[in-house]
Design a protein around this ligand. Structure first.
Ligand code: NCD
Length: 307
C-alpha cells in the first residue's frame, strides 16, 4: 500500500499504513529474535545521505537493510563527499537516485527532505530535517509504547525538554493526536513547542503546558525526555543556561508510577542519569533497538518486498 512513497512528514503515513508497518515490525522482530535470515532485499541498495551527525538512525537503517539481504552506500560526513566542493542537494540526490533504490536523508535545514524528494522518483525517507520532523523515530516511538502497554489509547504522556528545536517531539505530538491520549508538554518557557504544531493538535487531544516536571511525576505513563538541541542555538550562553533543566534521576523515578516507562530518542547528555538505566522504568535502549525491525518493515513496504 505504501510502496514507492516518500516519508517526509509523519502525516505521510496513514493510520492503516501505520498498522501495516507495526504488524510487519512484529514479524521482523520475531525473525531477528529467532535468528532467521531474510533475503527479500537482495540486490537492492539503500543510500544514506547524512549532512548531520547520527549514530542510531544511520546505523539502524544500515543494519535494517543488511538484515534484509540488501546493501547500503552513502556518506555520514559532508567533508568526505562532493557537498564540500559545493555540490547542490539536487545534484547529490540525482546521483543517489542512479546508484540506489531508496534514499535516507538527514540535513540541517527544515524542508530539505521534501525538497530532496522533488529531484527523484525513488522513495525518500526523512531522517531529520533541522528542527522539522523525524517521522521514522516517531514510528519506533509509537511502536515502543504499543509494545509496552498493548495500546496507545488511554495513555498519559509527558514530552520533556527542548520542545522548540527537537524534531522528534514535533513528529511525535502530531502522531499522538491520532490517539485518545493526554499530553503534558514540559519545557523551559523559551523552549516551548512551536505554535504551528500546537494549533494542529490542540482541539483534538488534551494538552497541558508547564515548565515544572513535578506534577506529572505521579501521573504520567510515558516520560519522553529529549536533549537540549545545542546545535540549533545561535547563542551558546543561552544553551548553557538551559542545560540540566530536567534531569531524571532515581529520586525522580521513585515518584513515578511503577508501571511508567522512560523513553528518549537518544543521544542523552544529562537528561537521564545513568543510575536510571538499571531501573525497571528505563526503556530507551529497547526503544533504540526497535529502530532496526521497524526500519526493516518500512524499507520492505516501500520497496514492495512483501508482494
Ligand atoms: C534525535 C535526532 O537526531 O533528532 N536522535 C535520533 O535520531 N535518535 C534526537 C537528538 O539528536 O537529540
Amino acid at each position: 500500500m505504501i510502496k514507492s512513497r516518500c516519508i517526509v512528514s509523519i502525516d505521510d503515513v496513514s493510520d492503516s499504513e501505520m498498522n501495516e508497518i507495526f504488524d510487519l515490525t512484529d514479524r521482523m522482530n520475531e525473525s531477528l529474535e529467532s535468528g532467521k535470515s531474510i533475503t527479500t532485499m537482495k540486490g537492492k541498495i539503500l543510500a544514506t545521505l547524512f549532512y548531520e551527525p547520527s549514530t542510531r538512525t544511520r546505523l539502524s537503517f544500515e543494519s535494517a537493510m543488511q538484515r534484509l539481504g540488501g546493501s547500503t552506500l552513502g556518506f555520514s560526513d559532508v567533508k568526505s563527499s562532493s557537498v564540500s566542493k559545493g555540490e547542490t542537494l539536487a545534484d547529490t540526490v540525482r546521483m543517489a537516485e542512479s546508484y540506489s533504490d531508496i534514499i535516507v536523508i538527514r540535513h540541517p535545514l527544515e524542508g530539505s527532505a521534501r525538497l530532496a524528494s522533488r529531484f527523484t522518483a525513488k522513495p525518500v525517507i526523512n531522517a531529520g530535517d533541522g528542527s522539522g520532523q523525524h517521522p521514522t523515530q516517531t514510528l519506533l516511538d509509537l511502536y515502543t509504547m504499543k509494545k509496552e502497554f498493548g495500546k496507545i489509547d488511554g495513555l498519559k504522556i509527558a514530552l520533556i525538554g527542548d520542545l522548540k528545536y527537537g524534531r522528534t517531539v514535533h513528529s511525535l505530538l502530531l502522531a499522538l493526536s491520532r490517539f485518545k491520549v493526554q499530553v503534558t508538554l514540559v519545557s523551559p518557557p523559551s523552549l516551548r513547542i512551536p505554535q504551528h504544531i500546537i494549533s494542529k493538535v490542540k482541539d483534538i487531544i488534551k494538552i497541558e503546558e508547564t515548565d515544572v516536571i513535578s506534577h506529572v511525576l505521579p501521573e504520567a505513563d510515558v516520560f519522553y525526555a529529549t536533549r537540549i538541541q545545542k546545535e540549533r542555538f545561535t547563542d551558546q550562553n543561552e544553551y548553557q543556561s538551559l542545560i540540566g533543566s530536567y534531569s531524571i534521576d532515581s529520586e525522580l523515578v521513585s515518584q513515578m508510577k511503577e508501571t511508567a516507562i522512560i523513553m528518549h530518542p537518544l543521544p542523552r547528555v544529562d537528561e537521564i542519569n545513568p543510575s536510571v538505566d538499571a531501573l525497571p522504568q528505563a526503556r530507551y535502549f529497547k526503544q533504540a533497538y526497535y529502530g532496526v525491525p521497524l526500519r526493516m518493515a518500512l524499507i520492505t513496504l516501500l520497496l514492495g518486498g512483501e508482494n
